[in-house]
Design a protein around this ligand. Structure first.
Ligand SMILES: Cc1ncc(COP(=O)(O)O)c(C=O)c1O
Length: 375
């Protein structure tokens, strides 16, 4: 059991805490899904790009899905071997940078991008849009024709001889198996038709934020049946599934305000964890030191925004000001989406590996906010 209050006392709040044992366990579970297949796992750094976490993944043989030079650097720092470059807006200076660094796969997002890769030594996957509704939050849904990603799957005939395989990613935090199998089967049919030897299945596996999660066993059965006679290579590009449940946000309780509603005011705001505001996301909360009295409260941050809410109308024990509360499932799209809004420095990050506790990112200082500023 991680002693979150002690970590809060020792390192201050807000603080992201990650559990290395859980990360390894989740990688093992992901691998289990592809048992018996020629398959590799790459981690989507957009979910969390801390190189200390990536190093754990690299040691487990996990590669990287990167979309920027910054993410590529983090992956290289961590020693990740297989690199997939994704993105719908790759610019020419990035293209030169990435090809010089010897990456393995590129996911090509459009017919317009394709000629830029002709003659380049790299495994070329074309991102296809299968027109499948992932039935997740609209902001993290990517597989419909109206979305900006990929090309219509039925239109690849004219370019099939210029690519090595296909890439599909229909969205994130998907909790039903059917949309995955629907998309995968369309891609598989297409790969068989043209003899493609690579299929990148994207990520999107949903985790249990509030009781709903993807049935991994059912997904495994579906994948096993679907790909049983495919002899090419499968790539799984997971973010949230690997790191989401392994991360926690520890926030300090600044005050408990009683007005029309009860507000628990914490030192973490939407600058620290934007998911509740951006995606109506639900993070379970643990009160570490409570008063014994349960109320319905909004848990809010310190920013000058009415939308700065981390949890709405939540039944919880009133915490004692000065103590810490914990937001669960904060490992993915938590720190990686944090900002300096309202002049707030980025939080510190801690890695717990069994009994070992390590500071893997210092809290940003106020002075560091202005290192690039000239007046
Ligand atoms: C192309 C691509 N691959 C993989 C992922 C990872 O998704 P998730 O974190 O839901 O596994 C994303 C994130 O949306 C993505 O855009």
């Amino acid at each position: 059991m991680i002693d979150f209050q002690k970590l809060a006392n020792d390192y201050g709040t807000p603080l992201y805490v990650y559990d290395a044992v859980e990360i390894r366990e989740r990688i093992r579970r992901a691998r289990e899904v592809f048992k018996g297949f020629n398959a590799g796992i790459v981690f989507a750094l957009k979910a969390n790009g801390n190189p200390a976490l990536l190093k754990i993944m690299a040691q487990e043989g996990v590669g990287a899905d990167v979309v920027s030079k910054g993410e590529l650097l983090a992956a290289k720092m961590a020693g990740m071997k297989t690199i997939v470059w994704n993105g719908n807006g790759k610019c020419s200076s990035e293209r030169e940078h990435f090809t010089n660094k010897g990456i393995n796969y590129v996911s090509i997002d459009s017919f317009e991008e394709l000629p830029l890769w002709d003659g380049v030594e790299i495994i070329k996957l074309l991102r296809v849009n299968p027109d499948v509704d992932a039935r997740t939050h609209p902001h993290i849904s990517t597989g419909l024709k109206s979305h900006k990603f990929g090309v219509p799957i039925e239109k690849i005939d004219r370019v099939a001889d210029r690519i090595d395989g296909l890439h599909v990613h229909i969205g994130s935090q998907i909790t039903e198996v059917a949309p995955f199998l629907d998309a995968y089967s369309k891609v598989l049919d297409c790969a068989k038709k043209y003899g493609f030897k690579y299929i990148n299945l994207g990520g999107g596996w949903g985790i249990d934020y509030s009781g709903d999660s993807l049935d991994i066993e059912a997904l495994k059965s579906g994948i096993t049946a679907l790909f049983s006679d495919y002899d090419g290579k499968l790539i799984s590009e997971l973010g949230r599934f690997i790191v989401g449940p392994a991360g926690y946000l520890v926030a300090g309780v600044v005050s408990v305000k009683h007005s029309d509603k009860v507000f628990v005011v914490t030192d973490a705001g939407m600058n620290t964890l934007i998911r509740p505001v951006l995606y109506d996301a639900h993070h379970r909360i643990r009160v570490l030191n409570g008063t014994g009295k349960t109320v319905t409260a909004d848990v809010v941050g310190p920013l000058c925004e009415s939308g700065d809410i981390l949890a709405r109308d939540r039944r919880l024990e009133i915490p004692i000001p000065g103590s810490a509360i914990v937001f669960e499932n904060a490992g993915a799209y938590g720190f990686s989406m944090a900002s300096n809004y309202n002049g707030m420095p980025l939080p510190a990050e801690i890695l717990v590996d069994g009994k070992e506790v390590k500071l893997i990112r210092k809290r940003q200082s106020i002075e560091e906010l202005f290192v690039n500023v000239k007046i």
